[in-house]
Structure formats: C-alpha cells, structure tokens
Design a protein around this ligand. Sequence first.
Ligand SMILES: Nc1ncnc2c1ncn2[C@@H]1O[C@H](COP(=O)(O)OP(=O)(O)OP(=O)(O)O)[C@@H](O)[C@H]1O
Ligand SMILES: Nc1ncnc2c1ncn2[C@@H]1O[C@H](COP(=O)(O)OP(=O)(O)OP(=O)(O)O)[C@@H](O)[C@H]1O
Ligand SMILES: [Mg+2]
Ligand SMILES: [Mg+2]
Lengths: 157, 157, 173, 173
Amino acid sequence: TKSRLEEAFELLNEKFKEVFTMLFGKGRAELQLTEGSILDAGIEIVAQPPGKRLQNMMLLSGGEKALTALSLLFAGFMIKPTPLCLLDEVDAPLDESNTDRFIYLLRELAKSIQFITITHNRRTMEAADYIYGITMEEPGSSKVVSMHLADAPVSTS
Amino acid sequence: TKSRLEEAFELLNEKFKEVFTMLFGKGRAELQLTEGSILDAGIEIVAQPPGKRLQNMMLLSGGEKALTALSLLFAGFMIKPTPLCLLDEVDAPLDESNTDRFIYLLRELAKSIQFITITHNRRTMEAADYIYGITMEEPGSSKVVSMHLADAPVSTS
Amino acid sequence: MRIERIEMVGFKSFASKTVFKFHPGTTAIVGPNGCGKSNIVDAFKWVLGEQSAKSLRGGSMEDVIFAGSATQKTKGMAEVTLILSDIINEDSNGSDSVDKKKMTEISVTRRLYRSGESDYLMNKVPCRLKDIKSMFLDTGLELKAYSILEQGRIGDIVNSKPLDRRFLIEEVA
Amino acid sequence: MRIERIEMVGFKSFASKTVFKFHPGTTAIVGPNGCGKSNIVDAFKWVLGEQSAKSLRGGSMEDVIFAGSATQKTKGMAEVTLILSDIINEDSNGSDSVDKKKMTEISVTRRLYRSGESDYLMNKVPCRLKDIKSMFLDTGLELKAYSILEQGRIGDIVNSKPLDRRFLIEEVA
Ligand SMILES: Nc1ncnc2c1ncn2[C@@H]1O[C@H](COP(=O)(O)OP(=O)(O)OP(=O)(O)O)[C@@H](O)[C@H]1O
Ligand SMILES: Nc1ncnc2c1ncn2[C@@H]1O[C@H](COP(=O)(O)OP(=O)(O)OP(=O)(O)O)[C@@H](O)[C@H]1O
Ligand SMILES: [Mg+2]
Ligand SMILES: [Mg+2]
C-alpha cells in the first residue's frame, strides 16, 4: 500500500542519514526517490563525505563507496533486524579510522543480535567476542579451531 | 597471423604456469584454448591450488581468484613489459603468506621496471623502496607527503 | 529466537563433520585464503533453501558436495543442519502461566546425494522445503537481503541502478 | 625509457599543484580512504589519452576538474603533465659514435577547461592527441592492459568469459 511504502522510505532515509554520519565520523547523506509514484520509484543515493562537495556518487573512492553501502544496509537492518547477520570481508577496503567506527557500530548492534564477521583485519578480530580459526592442515579439507575469547592474549605478528 | 598468435599463446601459458606456482607456493594451473581456430578462440583458465582437486574455477575463494588473476596478468607483463606498472589495492584480498610471495615477485620484477602500488597493507608498504603518503589536512584537497625510504624506521601501530 | 549452531559434513571443503556453536555478540571467523570461511556462508544459504548453484559459486548444485582433495576421496553426500532455539508456548489455550513457555530446539537439515536426490528434514523428520520456509516465517528467521553481506558484493548496492535498490523499501516496510 | 614524474593541478581532488617524482623499484602510495590515491591512477590514464569519463568514475569528462571543497572554490581547469626521459640519438645519420646519444626529457600535457575546451601539449608546444600517441608508440610507453590494475577490478579477468580474455594473446604477440 502506498502509505506503508512511504512510511518505510521515510524511516529508511532517517536511519541512513544517521548511520552514514556515524560511520564517516562527519559528512552527510540522504536517499531520494526517483520520479514517479513510490509504487515504482527507485532510490537515488546522495552522499557527501566530510569536507567534500556534493558530487556524483561514482566519483567516491573504493572505501567511501563500501562505507556508504554498509550505511544503507545497516540502516535497513536497524529497522527490521534479523536474529543473525553474516558479514564476509566487508571491512577489506576500509582504512584504520573507518574500521574503528565500523567495529564500534557492530558492537552496539551485537548487544541484541548475533554477528558473524569473516575477516583478515586484525582490528576486527581483536574486537570480537569469540574467534573461530579455520585451517586446512589436511590439504583441501577444512577444520575449525576454536581460538580464544576476546579477553585472552592475542599474539601480534 | 596464425603462427604468431600460437607462439604468443604458448609463451603466455608457460609463463602463467610458472607465476601461478610461484605465487601460490605450490599447486598448478594452465591455460587452454576454447574450440576453434586460434584466430577466434577464447582462453579457459584451469587452476588447482595446493592440496585441492581440480574443480570449476568459480568455486575458488576470493583470495585464490585474485592471485590467479595476478598470475595471468603478471605472466603477460613478464613477456612484454612496460616501463611502468600501477597496482591499485591488488593485495586487499590476500592473506599474509600470499602477500609475502606477491611482494617477493614484485621486488624481483622491480629490478628493471618501475612499480607503483597503492595499498593499505602494512607488509606491502614496508617492502617498498619509497613511500608517498597522501593526506587531506585541508578538507577535500589532496596533498603529498614524501614519507620515507625503505631503510628509515617505520612506526608500527 | 536465536541460532545455536550449524553442523556440516561433506559440504564443500568441510569433508569431516564440523560443528560451529554460535555465541551472542560478535564472532570473528579467520584463516588463510581458501581455507573455507566463505564456504560457511554458502552452508547457511544452502540450508536455508538456496536454489541457485551460481549464487553458491557452483556450476551445478552437485558442486557443493565434497569433491575430494590431494589426500581424501570424494564424498557421496553433503549435509548441513541448522539448530535454532525458540521460546514456544507449551500450551496453546492462552493461559497466562509463564512457566508454560520453554526454550525449544528446532533443527533444519538439508541433504544432497551425488545421484541428485535431495532431502529436507525438520527435527530429523523428512519434510518439504515449504514446511521449512513456513517455519522460518513463523519464528522470524526469514533472512533479509541485508542479513548476509557476501565477499566482494558489498559495492553492488552503490553501483547498481536506482530501481535495483527498491527492494530495500519492501524489506523494511 | 622511464617515467620521471607526474605533475597535476586542478585534477580531481588535487586542487593545488602536486608533483610525484618516480624512483626506480617499488613506490608505495598510502593514505586514508578518499584521500586521492586512485585519483593519481586516473591522472595517469587521463594524460595518456583516456576518452571515457566512465572509466575515470565520472559522469562527464568535466568531472575531472577540481569541483571545490568545504574550504576551497572550484577550479576552472584541470591539467596533468607526464615527464619521461628517453635515450635519443642526437644525430640520425646512423653514425656509431656513442657520445651522440643523450638522455632527453619529454613532457606530455593535457588540459581541460570547464568550457569543454581541451589542449594537448608536447614539450609545452600545442599538438594533437595523435602526435602524443605516436610518440608513445615510438618510445614504447604504450601501456598494455596489464600495466594498470585498477581498484576492485583485479577479479575481472577471472570472472569474465573465455572470449573476453583473448586480448591477452594479442598483447604479448
Ligand atoms: N565441493 C568441494 N569440494 C572440495 N573443495 C571445495 C568444494 N567447493 C569448494 N571447495 C574449495 O573451497 C575453497 C574456497 O573456500 P572459501 O571460499 O571458503 O575460502 P575463504 O576461506 O573464504 O578464502 P578467502 O580468504 O580467500 O576468501 C576453494 O579452494 C575450493 O576449491
Ligand atoms: N573533481 C573533483 N573535485 C573534488 N574532489 C573530487 C573530484 N573527483 C573526485 N573527487 C574526490 O576524490 C575522492 C576519491 O579519491 P580516491 O578515489 O583517489 O580515493 P582513495 O585514496 O583511492 O581512497 P580508497 O582508499 O578508499 O580507495 C572522493 O571523495 C571524491 O569525492
Ligand atoms: Mg572468502
Ligand atoms: Mg582507491
């Protein structure tokens, strides 16, 4: 129904603005409906990272695009959460400060939802409550090693 | 001409096999021409990482696909080098041991060719001969900071 | 409701039976390239009813069955079991007694044989995929588009066309 | 032949004149997300004659001109200069005297104004794009498909169809 969708869009837009500014530290963004009725309009993303002028989204950097995508997906997630969320190497293009803000948001959301993050990123690993290590000591055959809780010493290498 | 292309393909295949095994540490791969004459055939990639059975390439992991792609592109590069090679975050999906082999190959090739690698990877940074840092102290406006030669102490954080 | 654990045997690179217990909060899964981390994501998608082999990086569904390694023979079957726990009312007469509710485990299993034969089981009893899908709807485990963010696919929503993002409005409505 | 340096002003996020001197061996370029690293790759592609705005992540070619920031006004022109050095024979009469060869700097400049007007210069003298392209062919700076590996695009060759990889045979033939 038209009003149900309009309401959903408004909610998504508000959440997206909030999460974007939280993940980027500053800056602002919003969603806009393309022309036509909400029953068939598309969603345009308008994003302005901190300190920059508003420009075509495609000009954004690899890391900025990833963070904008995460902002939009997490906005949806915060409105209608699911019990579990699986993230596969979403932190790969992020620099250290963006990774830290991403981790902070994750830990906030994880208070009521189970998050599984596959990562090569040391900071993300160290911020997790539990770590599973996957190995292939026997070539071509995967095994799990339950590694350590977040409060066990993590070897830095 | 047909024989010129056949010769080029043979050379590319030999180099690819070599670079793949070097970057993966072990394992093997090869190129195959699809059906038809070499004047219009495509290139099929057959890749078998260490310890695994030969399977459809699409089943490979993100890091394995990236390393296979790098093997093929570097194979071409070693046959017909260009004075300069620009790599933008190609090491992002690689784990530590694959990164080390990638860096080793890079340093070998860099003896005769100028390489520019854009990276967030600490190991890649530390292995470079020169480092340029790009900053935006003035918001939205990029500046270069010439950081240090490879033999200057690099702060670990 | 919460996910308790996922168990798999013969699924992709997980030749031997493997159990992942899920804890509250954040769990990190780490390991070298190609060791099997994304295969766990595939196991989740598969046990929840994924029908497209391509979306599991395969050419055909048979590709999810352990194909052997340098040291192990191929397997004849892939099996993944998801164990959830939910608070179920024991009596459905609407009485107010709180002690009538209890934590119940529900298990969902999917199997595929090389022959192409496949089974679905709920609490170890054979059932149809639609029984599993309706159970998920009841318990709210219906995963959304943003519940699984796949490797290398995070940029899709930003690179796609405005109309391809419409689905988000539907998901949160 | 070798690349000596690249200079840019008003190009994408590089509002003020910036010079990158290139050293032999490996040079790493580092910095936070969005600080301008990939824009340097775009500057290379652009000064070498890239005609597609899309392949520079823009909607139109005007997008490469510095569009201003929170603290700076927009610029009216983008300019990138590539300086190469090559060993050129000073006399072309085929004599054997080695001391007739010398290291010569060649500079290639591309400019674009907001009006849409654009210039190419070789050694600061206006020329046409085809003059630059033929100079590159002579000196061997013609970049190949594998000379620039762009961010996020490394997987393309593995995910593409066999026919889309044919070009590699041509490149090394
Ligand atoms: N049916 C199968 N039988 C055996 N091995 C398989 C099967 N399907 C996939 N594999 C193997 O699993 C590996 C991929 O695993 P996966 O994608 O989980 O790696 P990953 O840990 O996510 O690595 P990365 O860090 O590079 O993303 C591939 O090497 C592939 O050959
Ligand atoms: N014409 C322009 N004027 C001003 N800023 C621009 C212009 N074109 C692009 N930019 C800005 O440059 C930034 C992108 O820079 P770039 O892609 O080089 O980042 P990066 O350092 O590679 O980051 P990452 O590590 O995330 O890949 C964007 O924030 C974009 O807004
Ligand atoms: Mg993976
Ligand atoms: Mg970049």
